[in-house]
Design a protein around this ligand. Structure first.
Ligand code: AMP
Length: 640
């Protein structure tokens, strides 16, 4: 496969890490089989929790995993969990603002507005920094098992993680002393584990992954060792933590009704309730009824309340239902029908909840496959991808996809996509554009992500300028714009002047290229991705019409500017009266063009076309008269 040859074999041991919102796991491939490495406590997964010691002003004593979880109640403000929900996000993001009230630790804005964390002692940490402690811990587990230090890893991320979140994950790896050779989408990794482990016969596989913080759905084609992701969708802010928060708020409300005391501001109490809420949720996956028991939550007051599975199902139905639309969209994007899916694999701890399983079964019309361990499949798949990269596993190819269309703004505010959504990555695409105005010496390249026809409805994720374009008429310069998405889903855009200049031009043989790696605060949040996709579907017809109107207006503008040029060129010979008529016609037409472009006021396209035809007719007649005058003048001068 051509794609495979791009990747250099490292011949190094590469570990696979599932850096989960709630739990993380590390795996390696031995022989041809992937296996999970147990941590110091004998656990196959490690809680993604990092704690600092309040009595250690230098913040040098960190606890990671189970030891951190154990002391969370007594050190809640210094114990950081589920911080993956914050990775690559802005403090002002709606989701972050929601988390502010629900976490026992402090979330702060960083200097550039990102969501960061603060310990009690005032140490400021990025979510990547917290992730790096977890990755370091995973690395140590591997070092001990392998009796040698490992330096290379494949780390998984939710398929719907944007560029900033992927970059932040790679940065976390670096901080942990690991070179992250590849960032792989979690459901894709799970499918790899499933496909290879089960020696799965070829077919279409849906991976339904509901973990602690995120939901992902991917549809893959498995054929002869080629794992091709056909489409992916999801929600990076939907997972077990939301179910826990729901129960947490339910318990707080219950206590308030009974005792008139609001516990929501008591960080210690909130932490205790949160743990009880998760425990209750997990128990209800196995029993029909359970009791939440938290003694002395406030002075001599206790929490004691019963909850049934049906009550939890009813309470959380809106969360479970949030998975349905992404699944449907994903199937549609993969160009398939539900019945075409041969196998549904469940991944992520939350898929143990019976109501979630039932919803999946109803949705796909078949019982999901539960043969893979939902907590381990992702790490195993990451290890397999690591072994593919190191050359340890051969004849397996992984083709992943990009979740949203990418393109640039072209004249009139039109979005010109270069890479369509769900295109296999890595991918490189080039398209040639030109200038829209005579004498234009620079072009602003604005990179957008989204599915709408007009850029104003999509998300600007980066912009840069290509300057020093030699003066020439509009349409002459050849500006090549290249989009490249690497195997980690990270985007690079470049623009270069590809015009063929003659040998005597000062620009001959000179390169003029500018490029950017799209990163940072401008990236899409998951909510925005959802919104863009929904709006795109809703407005497709209207957008297409608007695009036609804008293209019509752009054609009219070209005629207007050609007329302007003709007026300047033939100024001396044109009748004043005719000139005024033409100037007025151009002026009237431009009002309509601006209406369409800037004021969203739509004029009948036929009316614009009629105006353009009329203008061209009048202008041509005037130019013909000018030509006659010029001929007469020439004859006269010849005679003289
Ligand atoms: P993961 O990110 O895949 O480790 O998933 C962790 C999430 O799954 C957490 O929110 C857990 O509370 C949840 N979880 C784990 N086991 C169960 C279970 N038996 N029933 C319901 N939720 C569970």
């Amino acid at each position: 496969m051509a794609l495979f040859s791009r990747f250099q074999s490292t011949h190094q041991r590469v570990i696979g890490i599932d850096l989960g919102t709630t739990n993380s796991a590390v795996a390696i491939v031995q022989g041809q089989d992937a296996k999970i490495l147990e941590n110091e406590e004998g656990g196959r997964t490690t809680p993604s929790i990092v704690a600092f010691d309040e009595r250690d002003p230098a913040n040098t004593k960190t606890l990671v995993g189970l030891p951190a979880k154990r002391q969370a109640v007594i050190n809640s403000q210094n114990t950081f969990f589920a911080t993956k929900r914050l990775i690559g996000r802005q403090f002002e993001d709606e989701e972050v603002q929601e988390d502010l009230t629900n976490t026992s630790y402090t979330i702060i804005p960083s200097e550039n507005g990102e969501a960061w964390l603060s310990t009690v002692n005032g140490l400021k940490l990025s979510p990547s920094h917290i992730s790096s402690y977890i990755l370091q811990n995973m690395k140590q587990v591997a070092d001990i098992h392998l009796s040698e230090p490992v330096n290379h890893a494949v780390v998984t991320v939710p398929a719907y993680f944007n560029d900033a979140q992927r970059q932040a994950t790679k940065a976390a790896g670096k901080l942990a002393g690991l070179e992250v050779l590849r960032v792989v989408n979690e459901p894709t990794a799970a499918a790899l584990a499933y496909g290879i482990d089960k020696r799965q016969k070829d077919g279409v596989v849906a991976v339904f992954d509901l973990g602690g913080g995120t939901f992902d759905i991917s549809i893959l084609d498995i054929e002869d060792g080629v794992f091709e992701v056909r489409a992916t969708n999801g929600n990076t802010h939907l997972g077990g933590e939301d179910f826990d928060m729901l129960l947490l708020n339910f318990i707080i409300d219950h206590f308030k009704t009974q005792n008139g005391i609001d516990l929501s501001t008591d960080k210690l109490a909130v932490q205790r309730i949160r743990e009880a809420a998760e425990k209750c949720k997990i128990e209800l996956s196995h029993v029909k009824e359970t009791e939440i028991n938290i003694p002395f939550i406030k002075d001599d007051k206790h929490i004691k309340l019963k909850l049934t599975e049906d009550e939890l199902d009813a309470m959380s139905l809106h969360l479970i239902n949030k998975t349905i639309d992404p699944v449907k969209r994903c199937i549609r994007d993969a160009d398939l029908k539900i019945k075409d899916v041969d196998e549904v694999i469940l991944v992520g701890g939350m898929t143990r909840m019976p109501k979630v399983r039932k919803t999946v079964e109803e949705l796909f019309g078949k019982k999901p496959n539960t043969s893979v361990n939902p907590d381990e499949a992702v790490a195993l798949g990451a290890a397999i991808q690591g072994a593919i990269l190191s050359g340890q596993i051969k004849n397996v190819v992984l083709l992943d996809v990009t979740p949203l269309s990418l393109g640039i703004e072209t004249y009139g505010g039109i979005f010109s996509p270069l890479i369509p959504r769900n295109a296999a990555i890595p991918i490189k695409k080039e398209q040639v554009f030109s200038t829209a105005v005579d004498g234009q010496t620079g072009v602003e390249i604005k990179v957008y992500q989204g599915e709408r026809t007009l850029v104003k409805d999509n998300k600007l994720i980066g912009h840069f300028k290509l300057s020093n374009i030699p003066v020439s008429p509009k349409g002459v310069p050849q500006i090549g714009v290249t989009f490249e998405i690497d195997a980690d889903g990270i985007i690079n855009v470049s623009a270069s002047d590809n015009t063929k200049y003659s040998e005597d031009s000062p620009h001959y043989g000179k390169s003029n290229t500018v490029s950017i790696t799209v990163a940072g605060e401008n990236e899409l949040t998951e909510q925005e991705v959802q919104r863009l996709l929904e709006e795109s579907a809703k407005n497709a017809k209207r957008d297409m019409e608007l695009k036609q109107h804008i293209e019509n207006a752009t054609r009219a503008e070209v005629i207007c500017s050609d007329t302007d040029n003709a007026l300047i060129q033939f100024d001396d010979f044109m009748e004043q009266e005719e000139k005024s008529v033409i100037v007025q016609m151009v002026k009237d037409l431009r009002v309509k063009i601006d209406d369409i472009r800037e004021r969203n006021i739509i004029h009948d396209p036929q009316e614009i076309r009629n105006d353009v035809n009329e203008l061209q007719k009048v202008c041509l007649a005037a130019i013909q008269k000018v030509a006659i005058k010029q001929q007469q003048l020439q004859k006269k001068t010849k005679k003289e």
